[in-house]
Design a protein around this ligand. Structure first.
Ligand code: 5GP
Length: 188
């Protein structure tokens, strides 16, 4: 049976890389997987394609869908923009026999399990908070203030990680191994 998999973890834990490796593992096994495409009310950035990166929709359409209970989960961020996972999108792929991967935060995961109790939650993190901090600094893409903010969010997320049935440690340079563990958990 196809599975709905939620992957969460603090920014800097290498979630994106693990998900990329995971999709490759599926491909190499001739196994069906789909990375969910969210809906958002923000404008596309340069190079982003509608229905590939996001379903770019107007706020009115988003709010209408919200009222009609069409989202599996959603959030509105500080920017005022909405982001959400459409039930129709996820179930279209599950029905076709694909495992569907959602890369969302803890808040989203809580909403998903309320709506769909068979969802499988996997939390990806670093061996320690120190490693996480080092990775954020090594990226060199953020200001000190942004790093501090991300670390604070990460600490809050780590406090809640036990709501996930599976926690995977992504050690430095071992994202493939972490992805293999995730694949095994999904296929168990
Ligand atoms: P961005 O605008 O940079 O693409 O994304 C902004 C934030 O929205 C990121 O933290 C991203 O993880 C989050 N996000 C993207 N899609 C969804 C979604 O479907 N649901 C939720 N809850 N957050 C999302």
């Amino acid at each position: 049976m196809s599975k709905l998999v939620v992957i969460s973890g603090p920014s800097g834990a290498g979630k994106g890389t693990v998900v990329k490796e995971l999709l490759n593992i599926y491909k190499n096994n001739n196994d069906k997987v789909h990375l969910s495409v969210s809906a958002t009310t923000r404008s596309p950035r340069e190079g982003e394609i509608d229905k590939v990166n996001y379903y770019f929709i107007k706020e009115k359409e988003f709010l209408d869908k919200l009222k009609n209970n069409e989202f599996l989960e959603y959030n509105q961020y500080g920017t005022g923009k909405y982001y959400g996972t459409l039930k129709s999108h996820v179930f279209e792929y599950l029905d076709k026999g694909y495992d569907v991967i959602l890369e969302i935060d803890i808040n989203g995961y809580k909403q998903v399990i309320n709506n769909y109790k068979d969802a499988l939650g996997i939390f990806i993190t670093t061996p320690s908070l120190k490693v996480l901090e080092q990775r954020l600094r090594d990226r060199g893409t953020e200001t000190e203030e942004q790093i501090e903010k991300r670390l604070k969010t990460a600490k809050d997320e780590l406090k809640n990680k036990d709501i996930y049935p599976y926690i995977i440690i992504n050690e430095d340079g071992k994202s493939f191994e972490a992805a293999e563990k995730v694949y095994k958990i999904i296929k168990k």
